[in-house]
Write a protein that binds this ligand. Structure first.
Ligand SMILES: Nc1ncnc2c1ncn2[C@@H]1O[C@H](COP(=O)(O)OP(=O)(O)OP(=O)(O)O)[C@@H](O)[C@H]1O
Ligand SMILES: [Mg+2]
Length: 281
């Protein structure tokens, strides 16, 4: 599968000297669902800000489709229409007076006609479940509502790659499921989806690829099954074990499942394992 977006040995320090990224390398493959995880302060947001050119590495290179990023105004404008970033903090992203204006900004900025932009806004409001917020002033929204407006704003640009920095934070459980389903639909239609999150049970069932950051470095790239098999790494990086895997270990300890099988990491895997042992057909 093609490498779409890669970082090679990128280094970045904030103006106060704090290390953001420390010779970080990683590869995103085309069309994948990728989770980027790590403890608070491990560098997820800093990495994302590099991937759409908001921050520029002090050393190292970032390549999109094999080409180093072009940091000219024109280059960045094109990049951001192809790689959309939903910021962690919605107050950084939202700046227009109303929800509708905010969502239409991206499409209009890409040169779409007002009619086309309106169509994009209609669709983005619909798929993110916020049509009722259309005329509301942005500043009066709840935090979770603002997060959805941010997702709608990026969706409206129809980027090839959508990067979401903790999109599920502050969403209610139904809202989070709704957004995950939306991301799955986008991915099924060909969009590469990259998201940071702290809920390992969602990583286990949602992600195809996982990148783990620790202190500004990549310490793991691979699939959820192999990540969650590495207790030491999880512990060192402050990551939890997904609940289905914990439950599997409990069931093995209780003698209800045999030890030694490949351990399941998500609910479906756990149910399959139980089924194989207890529901012999
Ligand atoms: N504006 C800033 N000025 C100085 N240091 C910063 C700034 N933003 C982030 N940092 C530092 O850079 C490092 C990486 O932070 P970053 O925000 O990328 O982490 P994160 O993995 O996104 O964390 P979280 O899970 O809390 O969102 C941390 O040590 C953080 O304190
Ligand atoms: Mg962050």
């Amino acid at each position: 599968m093609n490498s779409l977006l890669e970082a090679e040995h990128i280094e970045f320090a904030y103006p106060d000297g704090t290390t953001g990224l420390n010779r970080l390398s990683m590869t995103i493959r085309q069309g994948r669902k990728v989770a980027v995880v790590g403890a608070n302060g491990s560098g997820k947001s800093t990495l994302f800000l590099h991937l759409n050119g908001t921050l520029k590495p002090h050393r190292g290179a970032i390549r999109f489709q094999g080409k180093e990023l072009d940091y000219s105004r024109k280059g960045l404008r094109e990049l951001r229409s192809r790689i959309g970033l939903v910021f962690q903090d919605p107050d950084v992203q939202l700046f227009s007076a109303s929800v509708e204006q905010d969502i239409s900004f991206g499409p209009l900025n890409m040169g779409l006609s007002p009619a086309e932009a309106r169509q994009r806004v209609d669709e983005a409001l619909e798929v993110t479940g916020i049509s009722d917020l259309r005329h509301r002033p942005v500043h009066g929204l709840s935090y979770g509502q603002k997060k959805r407006v941010c997702i709608a704003g990026i969706y409206a640009m129809k980027p090839e790659v959508i990067i979401l920095d903790e999109p599920l934070a502050w969403l209610d459980p139904v809202g989070a499921k709704h957004i995950l389903a939306l991301l799955d639909r986008l991915n099924a239609a060909g969009t590469t989806v990259i998201m940071s999150l702290h809920q390992m049970d969602i990583v286990a069932h949602w992600a195809q690829d996982v990148i783990v950051l620790n202190k500004g470095e990549t310490v793991f790239e691979g699939n959820p099954l192999s990540l969650f098999a590495q207790d030491d790494l999880l512990h060192r990086c402050g990551l939890e074990t997904p609940w289905p895997l914990e439950m599997y270990h409990d069931l093995v300890r209780m003698g209800l499942l045999p030890p030694g099988e490949a351990a399941p990491v998500d609910k479906r895997g756990l149910l399959d394992t139980i089924n194989r042992k207890w529901c012999k057909r």
